[in-house]
Design a protein around this ligand. Structure first.
Ligand code: AMP
Ligand code: ZN
Ligand code: ZN
Length: 404
């Protein structure tokens, strides 16, 4: 009996060995502010190849507000912004007056701001070594909340250095080599703000990022990993044209009231001092022209932006292309002469990003409609065959059909 049992035991081990799938390799790449249509301008030969060999969506729907940190964190946690806690690039904890802002490295590395579980943590808990060549939230100080390998954000790091860094990680010995890696490039966002989404400068940034993909493919071929790596290219949001002629001066409308303001020109969070919520709301409602005003509790469900206690009681969302200003920010706005912005209603197509994916797990030459960025986390879990957190907002059902 013992002999028969051990025969079946060894047979089981042998067949599991034969059928065991190799652990996938996935690169998740973000081009900041790369609007959905930038890959359709006839200037992206490398992205065109990716589309032919893989899956492309007509757009990637971000979460509200359509800003960099909130959306990168939605992509990596599979959660709406009011659930993962990074409610803006800059916000305040109204109970303690502590501030979170993307330019404050101390705050950005402090895990107390970050709710939800980033994919790299989900992966590492389940035996997948991860790495990040930049991603908002990847530099958290707590050791179990950052990937095994990560780089501190450097806005001026040359693109090739970043790609070479990733290639070096992929050549580490098998037992310490990361299988999930993020990469991030900012160029389309910078140029979109300065010159607008339809400028020559944005087209140059698009071409330059396209050639980063060409360089990455060349290096992957050199290390003989081109056919074994999945590449998922995303962006955090799009970009729209703005003008100093399309401004709403909130300070003029709220003259005589005492309040705190957070947020940026496309959306503002307002906290009236004392018991003035209704009166401030009523005045803003009366002047509601080129913007929409909401009480936090009455924010329409489709924004998914009412549950986090740090969101101020009144939310103002500018119409596409309009800017909400105060006396001082208006002066700055005119001096800066910015031509593009994002942060508006996430259902506006101009705020949508890009989604292209290729590699062994993806269907070939498969074009689909809009997909949602919160669904990327469960997609990654499916590729790695690991268990997602149960409290996410993303759904594999909405995106799983792009896999083979
Ligand atoms: P925004 O366009 O205001 O939503 O933010 C874009 C800016 O975020 C970029 O130009 C970068 O300077 C900054 N940024 C992006 N990723 C990071 C990061 N991981 N750490 C710090 N800053 C970042
Ligand atoms: Zn961004
Ligand atoms: Zn931006």
């Amino acid at each position: 009996m013992k002999k028969i049992l051990s025969f079946y035991f060894y047979l089981f081990i042998f067949t599991s060995f034969l059928t065991a799938q190799p652990k996938p390799y996935v690169l998740l790449i973000s081009f900041d502010g790369f609007r959905w249509d930038y890959a359709n301008r006839g200037i992206t030969p490398n992205l065109d190849k990716m589309k032919q060999n893989g899956v492309s969506a007509s757009s990637l729907q971000p979460a509200f507000p359509t800003k960099t940190f909130p959306n990168h964190y939605s992509i990596i946690t599979g959660m709406y912004i009011d659930h993962h806690g990074i409610i803006a690039n800059h916000f305040i904890n109204p109970f303690t007056d502590e501030v979170y802002k993307l330019r404050d490295t101390n705050a950005v590395r402090n895990s107390k701001w970050y709710l939800g579980e980033p994919f790299w943590t989900t992966a590492e808990r389940q035996g997948i070594i991860s790495a990040s060549y930049f991603w908002p939230g990847s530099e958290q100080r707590l050791s179990y909340r950052h990937p095994t390998y990560f780089e501190r954000y450097d806005h001026h790091r040359p693109h090739k250095t970043s790609v070479n860094g990733v290639i070096n990680w992929l050549q580490l010995p098998q037992n310490v080599r990361p299988h999930f890696i993020t990469l991030y490039f900012h160029d389309t966002d910078d140029n979109g703000h300065k010159y607008g989404p339809n400028s020559q400068q944005v087209n140059s940034a698009i071409s330059s990022l396209d050639s980063v993909i060409g360089y990455l493919n060349k290096k992957l071929t050199e290390i003989k990993m081109k056919d074994s790596v999945d590449i998922i290219l995303v962006s955090d949001h799009g970009m729209t044209e703005i003008s100093p002629k399309k401004v709403i001066n909130i300070e003029k409308i709220l003259k005589g009231f005492n309040y705190k303001i957070e947020g940026e020109k496309p959306f503002l969070l307002i906290k009236p001092r004392g018991y003035q919520i209704d009166s401030v709301y009523n005045v803003l409602k009366k002047h509601e022209n080129h913007y929409k005003v909401y009480k936090r509790a009455e924010m329409p469900d489709y924004f998914h932006y009412s549950e986090n206690p740090f969101i101020f009681p009144i939310i103002v969302v500018a119409d596409l292309g309009w800017s909400l200003v105060t006396n001082s920010s208006l002066k700055k706005f005119i001096n800066q002469n910015s031509k593009g912005n994002h942060g508006y209603d996430n259902h506006q197509l101009d705020m949508h990003g890009v989604f292209i994916a290729t590699g062994p797990h993806f269907k070939k030459n498969y074009r689909t409609g809009t997909v949602w960025n919160i669904d990327i986390y469960p997609l990654l879990c499916k590729i790695f065959n690991i268990i997602p957190r149960s409290n996410i907002d993303g759904k594999l059902d909405r995106i799983g059909f792009i896999l083979k």
